[in-house]
Design a protein around this ligand. Structure first.
Ligand code: BES
Ligand code: MN
Ligand code: MN
Length: 470
């Protein structure tokens, strides 16, 4: 181990408290990307990060997009060492419902060794570990052992429109072409979870997603359900019928061609998930549910990580106020999404869905289906040469060798960067499944934060040992 690495570890220990304060400063900026009333805070969060990179002496810039800005920074090239692209997002989910938070979402508070705030784990806290590990290297060794390029977007939680245009070369102008600018040997993302407390993991697969809004329109006005009920198709009834026709009692999705391209779990994967000894009872207890359910023939881990799903995300129609109102509503609507597994094509699924809804929709109402956004799933080969260096770095940072898992969520960039630049991604999640991302009381363990910084510092060391010229 080079002497500088021990120095870096000391530096990181000595500055741990300041790192925590810096995270809290960033979390105070309410960078909610979906809601335009937060636009000023989104900009401030991007500027905060830009300044952070500039203070490290990195060549940094804000890239304006159709939507929120991208923050880009890079360190100098290092001969014969691999180049790493670190991706993350500085935007956060809306904090609603506010009354379910124990403390205000943008006033970070520390309780039980966790920092509580919107964005704590998703993704400000996790992303910042890679910035701070770079600080450790710069302030002790004076340089990094390899070149790092940071690509940080502000629209991950709302469709990544600006990033997609950037990746398509729309903002190249007179500067380098995007594929040259981002050229790297491996992408690194910390925006998912460990297997559990004390058990770090490398995530080698993510699900994709395709998201829709369905509006069902009936009569030209709300009607008295006594005078008209039974004679007129009720849009709320029709919507219920359509939604329930999309999945059967065995949890199998009823869309033509839906399973055609699904990659099955390998026997080896099933065996390995089995050996992770998932605690079903503890899981149910944590969630306050009496049973877990899903596609028959699969375990809970398999269902969450490697099988497609259908979930209603929002639902509206008719009377929602106190008491009873006998109304036959004129309209009904729902937002719903499918989690996809690697190799399923969101476009093909949207076509099958439209066909299926046309079959299910009763006469007397019509429907509008809006395709909101989609992203393919991803699988990273376990044989990828960067996996083992990453496992070593995590073992040094966390004190435990990581297990290999998949994640149920989606990170659209993982698929785009593979498709467009042929680059694989190391998904090194420092979070925990009960961190409440997208929910009230989002948190991030401060111990995981500090260990993540150390693992990241080791990662640059381990990856730099892969000699490109040999
Ligand atoms: N960090 C999550 C993705 C994630 C969560 C991956 C848990 C693995 C485990 C990311 O910020 C996210 O929320 N993604 C969205 C994507 C969507 C808006 C296109 C998701 O998964 O819902
Ligand atoms: Mn995220
Ligand atoms: Mn998220």
């Amino acid at each position: 181990m080079p002497q500088s690495t021990a120095e870096i570890q000391n530096y990181l220990d000595e500055n741990a408290e300041r790192f925590q304060n810096e995270l809290c400063d960033w979390l105070r900026l309410a960078s909610v990307s979906t809601d335009s009333k937060f636009a000023g805070d989104v900009r401030a969060a991007a500027d905060w990060l830009l300044t952070r990179f500039q203070n490290l002496g990195f060549e940094s810039q804000i890239i304006e997009t159709v939507g929120h800005p991208i923050v880009y920074a890079e360190t100098p090239p290092v001969a014969d060492a691999p180049v790493v692209l670190v991706y993350g997002h500085y935007d956060v989910q809306p904090p609603d419902p506010l009354d379910l938070w124990d403390a205000p979402p943008f006033e970070p508070t520390i309780r039980n060794g966790n920092v509580y705030a919107r964005g704590a784990t998703d993704d400000k806290g996790q992303l910042l570990t890679h910035v701070l590990s770079c600080e450790g290297w710069m302030k002790t060794a004076g340089k990094l052992p390899l070149q790092i390029k940071f690509l940080v977007e502000g629209e991950e939680e709302c469709g990544s429109e600006g990033l997609n245009e950037f990746l398509a070369g729309k903002y190249d102008g007179d500067g380098p072409r995007v594929e040259d600018r981002l050229a790297a040997d491996i992408c690194v993302i910390s925006d998912c979870s460990q297997y559990g407390p004390g058990q770090p993991a490398i995530t080698y697969g993510l699900r994709g997603i395709t998201y829709f809004e369905l509006r069902v329109n009936g009569p030209n006005r709300d009607l008295h359900s006594g005078s008209f009920g039974g004679a007129v198709t009720n849009p709320a009834n029709a919507l219920s019928k359509i939604l329930s026709g999309l999945i059967d009692g065995d949890g199998r999705i009823q869309i033509p061609g839906f399973y055609d391209d699904v990659i099955d779990l390998t026997p080896r994967e099933r065996k390995e998930y089995e050996s992770l000894n998932f605690d079903e009872a503890a899981y149910q207890q944590d969630l306050g549910v009496a049973a877990t359910t899903g596609e028959s023939g699969y375990t809970t881990l398999e269902r969450r990580w490697a099988r497609p799903t259908f979930d209603v995300n929002g639902l509206w129609s008719g009377y929602q106020g106190e008491g009873a109102k006998t109304v036959l509503p004129a309209k009904a609507g729902a937002k719903f999404s499918f989690r996809l597994v690697p190799n399923q094509d969101p476009v093909k699924i949207a076509e099958g869905l439209r066909q299926r809804i046309t079959e299910l929709c009763p006469p007397g109402v019509n429907f509008e289906l809006v395709d909101m956004h989609g992203a393919p799933g991803a699988l990273v080969p376990l044989e990828n040469p960067f996996m083992e260096p990453a496992a070593k770095a995590i073992e040094k940072g966390f004190g435990t060798r990581p297990v290999f898992i998949r994640g149920g969520g989606s990170i659209p960039l993982v698929g785009s960067i593979k498709q467009q630049l042929g680059m694989d991604t190391l998904l090194l999640g420092w979070g925990q499944d009960d961190d409440n991302p997208h929910s009230p009381n989002e948190k991030f363990s401060l111990e995981d934060f500090q260990k993540g910084i150390k693992a990241s510092a080791w990662l640059w060391q381990e990856i730099s040992q892969i000699n490109k010229s040999s």
